[in-house]
Write a protein that binds this ligand. Structure first.
Ligand code: AMP
Length: 314
């Protein structure tokens, strides 16, 4: 992978004393945890504002909208860090870890174009050491918001997410971290973890970026070949159907009834299989039995072997 430029004295000095130049001049790629921590420490002592966008890479416009949000918050003199790391601990044993799409050269170009200051792209050995004094053995677990929906379908997923996000926060030490509403439950879990573990930073959640036909942008959309791409719009159609039903009705709709209708609609696409659809309070994620305007909806649907998620406020 790309060499680290962190710790390269003259570049660091130039970038620190003339921050605006960094956007056109040098986007740094840091691959070592120690180098990233050193850089973050320097930023802290120089009171530079740091905005952070954690990703799995294979970037798209959705990710870049988070980068732009981070830049708006920290300003032109602040530092925007994007981490690109396919975190193995958030993938289940039967999930797509080994074939998760990767294209670091393309990600670099997109980040440079979006004015990112630093890509932090560590490797597994540095994040989860297996040698030395012993194998990696510390995990962060959120025990309430992570139970349902994604947590029920992917039992070890949020443990992996909270662990890597906690580690990344310790390494990058941002004042603000931007997450996407695309992963609604993830954002809620991370926000709770941040509060519970007293991380001195703000979590900002940016809106879902969609394709013109409504499909939420996702790195996994790359898997949708042939007519799968068209069938994938069924997630957006489900949201619209639920929204229309709720808005047309003068009284709350029983959640079970709406779920059954949506299951039927999703089942009419030959390659689609509903994993779950849930209606819940947006703040507590508590499921509701009656759906009204303002209820949050989330769903996960397999299109062939590709599992897609989406959500919206009704
Ligand atoms: P990922 O690389 O899929 O783990 O996503 C990294 C971050 O980008 C997460 O906070 C996601 O919620 C966010 N994200 C992914 N897709 C979108 C999208 N279509 N719109 C907005 N944010 C997104």
């Amino acid at each position: 992978m790309a060499a680290s430029l962190a710790g390269n004295g003259w570049i660091d000095n130039l970038v620190d004393t003339w921050p605006l130049v960094s956007h056109v001049f040098a986007m740094r790629i840091v691959t070592s945890v120690t180098a990233m921590q050193r850089l973050a420490g320097r930023w802290q002592s120089r009171k530079r504002r740091v905005g952070f966008v954690p990703t799995l890479g294979f970037l798209h416009e959705g990710h870049l909208s988070l980068v732009r949000r981070a830049r708006e918050i920290v300003g032109p003199r602040g530092c925007v860090v994007v981490s690109i790391y396919v975190n193995p601990t958030q993938f289940g044993p039967k999930e797509d870890l080994s074939r998760y799409p990767r294209d670091f050269a393309r990600d670099k170009k997109l980040c440079r174009g979006a004015g990112v200051d630093v890509i932090f792209a560590p490797d597994d050995k540095d994040i989860y050491p297996q040698n030395g004094a012993g194998a990696y053995s510390t995990y962060v677990v959120e025990e309430a918001l992570s139970r349902g929906m994604e947590g029920a379908s992917r039992p070890t997923h949020f443990r992996g997410v909270t662990t890597i996000v906690a580690k990344l926060f310790n390494i990058v030490r941002p004042e603000v971290a931007v997450f996407g509403a695309k992963d609604f439950q993830q954002a809620a879990v991370v926000r709770r973890m941040t509060r519970d573990l007293n991380y001195p930073l703000k979590i900002v959640v940016a809106p879902i970026h969609r394709e013109p036909d409504g499909l939420a942008m996702s790195s996994r959309n790359k898997y949708l070949l042939g007519n799968m791409r068209e069938q994938a719009i069924v997630l957006w159609r489900s949201i619209q159907k639920a929204r229309t039903t709720v808005r047309k009705s003068t009284k709350p709709i029983p959640a079970g009834e709406l779920k059954a209708d949506l299951k039927k609609m999703i089942g009419s696409e030959p390659a689609a299989r509903l994993d779950y659809v849930e209606f819940f309070e947006p703040d507590t994620l508590a499921p509701v039995s009656k759906v009204t305007r303002g209820t949050q909806m989330a769903l996960a649907v397999f299109i062939g072997k590709t599992r897609l998620i989406d959500n919206a406020r009704l």
